[in-house]
Design a protein. Structure first.
Length: 91
């Protein structure tokens, strides 16, 4: 499923670390926004990372599940990629 992960991190080091972590799960389509093609286990891993490594009193991470019917209704204006399904290979 396509998942939109948005974040607002107050500490530059935590911000950089989260950004690096999320690059393993999806595409950085805008500042502080990743579009990921992950399953429920992937969502659990992202949530676990946030719980263990972020300051939940000052940082914010939002995860939005985009249903397969809705992903085709995404409207893109300006530059950028429209993610419908990420292509990847398991090695």
């Amino acid at each position: 499923m396509i998942v939109l992960v948005t974040y607002d991190i107050t500490d530059p080091k935590r911000l950089q670390n989260l950004h690096k972590f999320l690059k393993e799960y999806g595409l950085n389509t805008q500042k502080s926004v990743f579009e990921c093609d992950i399953d429920e286990e992937g969502i659990r891993q992202v949530r676990g990372y946030c719980k263990d490594r972020l300051d939940l009193d000052t940082d914010s991470v939002r995860i939005y599940k985009i249903c397969s019917r809705c992903i085709n209704k995404v409207i893109l204006s300006g530059r950028g990629l429209k993610v419908t399904q990420l292509e990847y290979m398991i090695v």
